[in-house]
Design a protein around this ligand. Structure first.
Ligand SMILES: Cc1cc2nc3c(=O)[nH]c(=O)nc-3n(C[C@H](O)[C@H](O)[C@H](O)COP(=O)(O)O)c2cc1C
Length: 223
């Protein structure tokens, strides 16, 4: 599965089979986690066999079932922390999809277990991603129209820009808010902005990754 195929196949999955990660899959996942943490300057951990983080009232409200394993995303306070969490977290999500796993980003509907997360002084836990073998592959979400999230119009934009916007619209966003906007500038660079919304800067990092992958071979210059 290519990264493009992973973008199309990924949906949030909240119900998992009760089984540990296959050892080879686990090793690959840990490698992707460590690369993303290094490149993103983040503290990213795989927490295994901690089902009670997803069995309380909040998880029930979020409709989670059978979560054993999850990934925590933390970092030192910084203006761009949430955007990096989104960008590098989604890289792990897409690699997990290629490994045959399913995921769901989670900010609210889990119980924080500080004894399972190792934070250095000053580090903040921003969110987690449930990971495992889904009982289903999930389903597509409601998608905003191109015109609500991008300029110039589809007919006037180069193919790579349209591909990027379409892939951003497939991305996970908090409460499926899709509060982002892409603008192609006269010099060929792209401005991506988060609009007002709940955890919208994590969303921004996620959608920028989808945009970059799908615009290839064009190399996006962010403004
Ligand atoms: C930053 C972020 C936080 C999220 N938090 C939660 C959450 O707390 N509980 C939950 O059930 N889903 C959560 N989601 C999943 C979104 O609801 C989901 O991505 C969105 O509805 C789109 O559906 P899809 O991922 O299947 O495409 C979150 C997603 C993102 C990106």
């Amino acid at each position: 599965m290519t990264l493009l195929e992973a973008i199309a196949a990924r949906h949030s999955v909240r119900t998992y089979e009760d089984r540990p990660l296959d050892p080879a899959v686990r090793n690959s996942l840990l490698r992707h986690i460590s690369e993303a943490a290094d490149e993103g300057g983040l503290n990213i951990q795989l927490v295994e066999d901690d089902p009670s983080a997803f069995t309380g009232f909040l998880a029930h409200y979020g409709k989670f079932r059978g979560v054993r394993d999850y990934i925590t995303l933390s970092g030192q306070k910084a203006d761009d922390l949430d955007e990096r969490v989104g960008y590098y977290g989604e890289r792990i999500v897409l690699e997990a999809q290629r490994l045959g796993l399913n995921t769901c980003w989670v900010v609210l509907t889990y119980t924080r277990h500080d004894d399972r997360i190792h934070l250095s002084p000053g580090e903040r836990l921003r969110c987690v991603i449930s990971v495992g073998y889904g009982t289903t592959q999930g389903h597509g979400h409601r998608i905003k129209t191109y015109d609500r999230v991008a300029r110039p119009a589809r007919e006037e934009a180069p193919d790579w820009f349209v591909r990027g916007v379409d892939a951003a619209l497939l991305a996970p966003t908090a409460v499926n808010q899709q509060q982002f906007h892409f603008r192609l500038n006269p010099d060929g660079s792209v401005t991506a902005r988060a609009r007002l919304g709940f955890y919208a800067r994590i969303d921004l990092g996620i959608v920028k990754l989808h945009f970059e992958i799908s615009a290839q071979p064009h190399k996006v210059i962010w403004q």
